[in-house]
Design a protein around this ligand. Sequence first.
Ligand code: AMP
Ligand code: MG
Length: 337
Amino acid sequence: METKLLGGSSADVSAAAELIKNGFVVGIPTETVYGLGADALNEQAVTAVFAAKCRPADNPLIVHIADFSQAVNYARDIPELAYKLAEKFCPGPLTMILPKKDIIPSVTSGGLDTVGIRVPSHEVMHRIIVESGCPIAAPSANLSGLPSPTCAIHVMDDMNGRIAAVLDGGSSEYGVESTVISFEGEDTVRILRPGAVTREMLLEVCREVNIDPAVLKELDAEAVAASPGMKYVHYSPKAKVVVVEGNTADFKKFVSQNSGENVYSLIYGMESDDFEYNYMTYGDTAEEQAHFLFQRLRELDDAGAEIVYVRTPSKEGVGLAVYNRLIRAAGFEVIRV
Ligand code: AMP
Ligand code: MG
């Protein structure tokens, strides 16, 4: 299949919407990462999404809608708290797990009786939902296991020949996928996957915000993942990634003892001045690190890196999302120095 690269013109956006309406799969921009969009109610189209990504069938897709008021068409028993959260965080990078209505095919929900609902804020994505008239199932547009794509070229790198088109809408603002939450009683939620809507932000609306154990560590083999996507090694470049916990001085000392031709470090921007070994930077703030992480992991592969030592991010705010992605990219290999 030839994969068309569409630009951001009005005609191109309409062309992408038309393809999705007709059951094709299209790479589309969102404010989190690029998605592989398809009509969430069309089983064949959704099956094609799983095939294009080589995604395990038990890993459910998030359904994207234009306005949270439409959630009632796809979900049952929506708690009051969901509406309060929607008021504050929709549109935006928040996915709420809700009991699904029968209209959502089982392929879309990975066989679960729940569905993840999100209202994206990216203007182009919003227009595609409205123009196609479909709720859009859109997992990240990477081949399963690889770093998520944050620009159209990354999608082309993974999906050329596998899907109908990719729509270029510029680089993704946040750079990490949405925060995924489930509901636990009247005023409590659980973070299944951290993102740009942080625990601190959720606490402005919820009395309690629990963090699922799978966010910060590898689940035991026999444990059932609340969010199936969290059980896989994920987001990994070809290079072996190792997260190194410790301060700047200890990190430098560690790298000096473990350097080599194809060994790279991924460090904070402000640490690069006198860094004597191969490196790339991924920003200083948690927001910058989220924005650049996946892009840098792909660039490190392009540079021929075989081992990447990553200076651990702060786990505060969006940093928790960065850390959550990194430990999976590292296959949970974290070294304390
Ligand atoms: P991605 O599509 O790549 O953004 O990944 C979607 C994430 O949301 C995965 O970690 C899924 O396991 C999770 N997810 C989607 N739907 C559900 C659901 N119904 N219940 C729990 N987790 C979900
Ligand atoms: Mg993904």
